[in-house]
Structure formats: C-alpha cells, structure tokens
Design a protein around this ligand. Structure first.
Ligand code: BG6
Length: 495
C-alpha cells in the first residue's frame, strides 16, 4: 500500500479558464472519487471572471456533468465541493498577491502548497516574480511547488530568460513542467515495452531499423484557442514538446534506474545527440502548411484564417513535419520523421517503426516487386495498441505472400485522463514524468533553426484541404524513394 499523501493546498491560477474546466477539475474530481487525494486537502481556485465560491461551484457542476466517469454523483460532488475555496482576483495586480498570501494564512489551508499555472504562458515570469516577492515560494513553513504547462517560453532565448525568473525564486525541485503526453498510459508503456522485453533490444538500432515515424493528427481545428495558437503554431504547440518527448522515449538508452533523475539524464543525453538542423537547409528537414476549408467527418469546416481571432494574413502553421537524425552509435543514419496537424483526416497518435528489408528477397514474383517491410506500430490514441506486421505465405498452391499482424489492445478503458496521474505526482513530489530545465532548453535548441526560418517567411505558407492527410509536398522529407507517411494502423488503408 502507498504511503498516505501529506496534506496540502492545491491552488489553481486560471481556475475559470479552459484547461482547468476541461482537464484539471474533472481529474481532481476523479481522484477524489477514488479516495486518492490527501486527507484535508483544499483546492483553491483563483480567477477574475467569477466572483465567489458559490458561483464557481455552480459553473463547475455544469462543467463536470458531461465529463466525469459514470455521471456526476450528487454525494461525491458535495464531498468534492467541501474541498473547494475561491479567491477572486487578477494576477496582473501586485496587491492581489499580498491578499492571496493573507487568505492562505487561514487555518484550513495546509502550508504545503502547489501553485498550478493554468495561465497564458506569457504570464509565467511575472506570476513567479510576484509570488516570490510576496514570500509565497519560501519553504520555511511547508513545501511550495509550481506547476507549469507548456510552452515554457516561445523559443530558445525566451525559455532561457523565463528560466532565469524561475531560478531567482525557485529551486529546480520545486518546479513541475507538465507534458501531459508523459501521463498517457501508452506513452509510459513505451518504456516498459522497451526495457522489460529483451527480445527487442538486439533489433532496436541502425542495423535493423530503417526509419521511425511519429504522428499526431487531429480532426479538430483551433476552435476558441486562436489567439494562443496563432502565436504558437504546430511546431511549438506539439513538436517541441510532446513529439520530442515521444522520440526521446523511443530512442534513449536504458537509464541507470527508473528514478526521475536517471530517466531525465538519459532523455537529455538523447536530445543532445540530435544533429542540429543546418540553418541554410531548413527546408530539407522541415515542412509546414496551413489548413484551408474542407470536409472533416462529413462536415464542411472553415479554413484556418476564417477561424475566430485569426488575422486574415496569418502564415501560422497548423501542420508541421520535421526530419531529425540522432548522431550516436545506436541511431546514426536512421531518420526520425515527426509530424502533426490540425484538421487532418483522422485523430491518431502513433509511433511507427519501419524495419529494413531482408538482405535478399526470395519470394518475389517479379524483379520489381518489393516486400512490405516489417512495421512495429505503437498506437497511442485513440487505439492503445501494439502491432507487429510480418510477411507470411498466402494459403494456396502458389508461393505468394501477404502481410499479417500480431496485435493487441493494451487498454480498453481509455476513460482515465493523463492529468489524473500527473496531478497525483505533483502532490507526491515525484518528478519522473515532468521535464527538467535542461530538457526543455535542449528541445528548444533542436527546433530553433526551424522557428527562425519560418518566422522569416512572412508572406506565404502552403495550404492543405481540411480533412486531408496534409500536403503531398511533405513527402520530400523522406530519404528513400517510395517511402511515405504511415497514417493508419491498417496496412491496407495506408496504401
Ligand atoms: C496540447 C496542444 O498540448 O495537446 C493542443 O496545445 C493539442 O493543441 C493537444 O490539441 C493534444 O493533446 P491530446 O491529448 O488530445 O492528444
């Protein structure tokens, strides 16, 4: 049985915003439902839009209704509400931090405090500074933790600058940089799959693997997040963070142990081994595009520039594809292709590992015929699967072949949100699934040449029809003729 958690106070800045309403509070409710929260915990919502606790609870009841597992249970919700408090105030006004500090002096609040920044990232620096100046980050009466969402900075330079603000008032052990992908079941399974199965290890290198693809595709557009997204774009929003994390887990060396620092050391080492993208050849390594109107799931949808809050001359990318090489003994000359896009044909996150062809192809009917290579597919969502494709003989008198797959569904209950485990880790003080400062800075270093190049291209961006798989031109990133994106788990659908 796990040690009971120390009592603490969980402060959510931006408690009435989208992330808190759709992810944090439903996850906290679920944790409460499963008796996972510490005895005596208080969850303090901080926000401007709502005036007091009662109004917050009313809004919350509505929000949770459609979201929680098994429907909202009156008794559980009542219990949950007993843990909730509200502080009305904006974070741009210095005076509010003093008021917040006084509010937190009440006996009902534990002195162990987590501050969750569910805020626009541009506010992180100033909020940390204000908290620091108000003495709220000092650990003399209990621990203090700060949880930040990505993006941590906007490019390498701003991330370094933001880190300086954090260093002034916080120790690294107080900071929890969330990447919610690390909380996903299948993502955690990548480590178990790699390091608990010896049979893969001899194959997991440049001798047997031809290339690796990591895809994250979405059918949704930018929705109401236009003002954030137009500043970020797909590269910063997904590749710099989530997809580089997936790549590190697939490609890193076995760590000394599964403890946070050992794991993070190994990920940083891997990120540092990625060859820098040459400034004068960015277009051979990266491709970007923006969705125009089209049909998604049978419905007509707007193009990006017609979305709410998007300037009509925006050249922000909603699709990004990047090729990276890892310059180490294991991976030299094995390209890793990462791509992500909004308003694509399907919602899917998948790691697809393509093995090399056997040295000699015996079972061909013509000189031109090539076998399908073996693929190992790790489906992250919506299907949490593991699938190995092999070539076998087709039944019959002829020596014809076909591709079959050995696959398994890893998890049928996909209702658990990645945030549930991550919030619990914050309360426990476990950094294993959070990013360390050097990891974030190294990830920015990798994408920085692309950011600079794309930022300089202010007058044109290629487009793709919403509902498609993105522009064909992105195929130019592939190094070998005939190679293409693996978009589906099903090999037939992919052709
Ligand atoms: C977020 C991005 O970090 O991840 C969003 O900001 C994206 O743009 C989301 O939609 C994808 O997460 P998931 O868990 O739905 O794959």
């Amino acid at each position: 049985m796990n040690k009971p958690l120390e009592n603490s106070t969980f402060v959510i800045f931006g408690a009435t915003g989208n992330l808190a309403r759709t992810k944090l509070l439903p996850s906290l409710y679920h944790l409460d439902m499963e008796n996972q929260l510490p005895e005596g915990i208080k969850i303090l919502g901080v926000g401007r839009r709502i005036s007091d606790r009662q109004a917050w609870i009313e809004e919350l009841e509505n929000d949770l209704k459609g979201k929680v597992r098994g429907g909202l249970d009156k008794k559980l919700f009542k219990n949950f509400c007993e843990k909730l408090e509200f502080f009305n105030g904006g974070l741009r006004e210095t005076a509010n931090y003093q008021l917040l500090s006084e509010f937190l002096q009440q006996a009902q609040f534990s002195r162990n405090i987590s501050f969750y920044f569910s805020l626009p990232p541009t506010l992180y620096g100033s909020v940390v500074t204000h908290l620091g100046k108000a003495g709220l980050l000092k650990e003399d009466q209990g621990w203090r933790r700060v949880v930040v969402e990505k993006p941590f900075g906007n490019n390498l330079e701003s991330a370094i600058d933001l880190q300086r603000h954090f260093d002034k008032y916080l120790k690294e052990t107080q900071i929890f940089r969330i990447d919610h992908y690390l909380g996903k079941e299948t993502v955690q399974n990548v480590q178990v799959f790699r390091f608990a199965n010896l049979l893969l290890e001899p194959l997991w290198n440049r001798n047997y693997i031809d290339h690796v693809q990591i895809t994250h595709s979405e059918t949704i557009g930018v929705g109401s997040r236009g003002s954030y997204y137009d500043e970020a774009g797909a590269l910063r929003d997904m590749i710099q963070s989530h997809l580089l994390q997936l790549l590190s887990l697939v490609a890193m060396e076995p760590p000394v142990s599964m403890q946070a620092e050992d794991l993070r050391n190994e990920k940083v080492k891997l990120l540092r081994s990625i060859s820098p993208i040459p400034k004068n050849a960015v277009s051979s390594y990266a491709f970007h595009a923006q969705y125009s109107s089209g049909i998604v799931n049978g419905e007509k949808v707007k193009g990006y520039i017609e979305e709410e809050g998007i300037p009509e001359d925006s050249v922000c990318e909603t699709y990004a594809a990047v090729k990276l090489h890892i310059d180490n003994w294991r991976w030299r000359d094995v390209p890793f292709y990462l791509r992500t896009g909004k308003r694509l044909a399907e919602k899917r996150s998948m790691i697809a590992i393509c093995f090399r062809q056997p040295p000699k192809q015996f079972f061909r009917t013509s000189q031109l015929e090539k076998f399908q290579p073996n693929w190992l597919l790790i489906g992250i969502q919506p299907d949490e699967t593991l699938r190995m494709e092999l070539t076998v003989k087709k039944p019959g008198l002829d020596m014809k072949t076909q591709t079959i797959s050995l696959d398994t569904c890893l998890n049928e209950d996909t209702s658990k949100d990645a945030y549930e485990g991550l919030l619990l880790d914050v309360l426990e003080g476990d950094h294993t699934l959070f990013l360390r400062a050097d990891e974030v800075l190294q990830s920015w270093k990798i994408v920085d040449p692309i950011i600079r190049y794309w930022d300089s291209q202010t007058d044109y961006i290629p487009t793709y029809a919403a509902g498609s798989w993105g522009p064909e031109e992105s195929l130019r990133l592939f190094e070998k003729e005939g190679q293409a994106w693996r978009s589906s788990l099903n090999p037939e659908k992919n052709r």
